[in-house]
Write a protein that binds this ligand. Structure first.
Ligand code: FES
Length: 204
C-alpha cells in the first residue's frame, strides 16, 4: 500500500518519488510541486530522508553554503573583496567536479546542469567551480610555443611523502595522468586532471 507521507496535503510516497523523477531535488522543490510540507510541516523530515535515500536533498548543501556565506560576510567586514571561487573550464563540469570532490573529500554544491557545477569544502572557504565549455582546449604540458598555454593551476598540499604517494595513486585511479615531465624533484608531483589541466601535489 502506498504510504501517506504528508497527511495534511494527502501526498503519498509515490507522489514524492514521481516529483523526484520529474526533477525535484530539494524539499523546497517537493513542497512546490506537491504541496507537501506547506501546512504543519511535520512531514519535512520524512521527505528529506526520502530525498537523501535517492541521492538528492541539495538543501543540505545550501545550508552549508549559507554558513559559508556567513563566514564570507564576516570576512567582508575586514576585507571588502574575498575570493569566492576558482573557476576551471572543461567539457564535462559534472565529471570534473566529481574528480576533485573525491580527490579532496569535498562535496558537490550547486549546479546548473550542462553549464556549471561547484564543489565545497566541509570547512567552507573558496569554492572550486567547473564551467562547461564544449570548445574547451586543455593546455599543453610541458608548455610548447604556439600551443594552448597554462593560464593557472592548482597546488594541492599533502603533509609528507607517504601522503603524496597515496594522493598520486588516488588521482590516477580517478582518471588523472602522470606526465613524464616532472620538475619538482620529490617535493612536487605534477599530474594532469581528466579535463587536461595540470595540477601539483606539494609537500608542505
Ligand atoms: S504533514 Fe505535511 S504539512 Fe502537515
Amino acid at each position: 500500500m502506498d504510504k501517506m507521507i504528508c497527511p495534511c496535503k494527502k501526498v503519498t510516497r509515490s507522489d514524492v518519488l514521481r516529483a523526484m523523477a520529474e526533477g525535484a531535488r530539494t524539499f523546497k522543490d517537493i513542497k512546490k510541486v506537491t504541496g507537501a510540507g506547506s501546512k504543519c510541516g511535520k512531514c519535512e523530515d520524512d521527505i528529506r530522508k526520502l530525498l537523501k535515500k535517492h541521492g538528492k536533498d541539495q538543501d543540505k548543501h545550501k545550508d552549508k553554503n549559507k554558513d559559508k556565506g556567513k563566514a564570507n560576510k564576516l570576512e567582508h567586514h575586514e576585507q571588502p573583496i574575498v575570493v569566492d571561487a576558482l573557476v576551471l573550464e572543461c567539457r564535462d563540469a559534472a565529471a570534473l567536479a566529481d574528480f576533485y570532490a573525491t580527490l579532496l573529500g569535498w562535496q558537490r554544491g550547486h549546479d546548473a546542469p550542462g553549464e556549471w557545477m561547484d564543489i565545497v569544502s566541509p570547512t567552507g572557504g573558496t569554492r572550486l567551480l567547473f564551467h562547461q565549455n564544449a570548445d574547451h582546449l586543455p593546455p599543453v604540458w610541458p608548455p610548447e610555443p604556439g600551443a594552448p598555454q597554462l593560464q593557472a593551476h592548482l597546488d594541492l598540499a599533502v603533509k609528507d611523502k607517504a601522503a603524496m604517494r597515496q594522493a598520486v595513486e588516488l588521482a590516477l585511479s580517478l582518471g588523472a595522468r602522470l606526465p613524464e615531465a616532472q620538475f619538482g624533484e620529490d617535493k612536487w608531483t605534477t599530474l594532469i586532471d581528466p579535463a587536461g589541466h595540470p595540477f601539483c601535489l606539494v609537500i608542505g
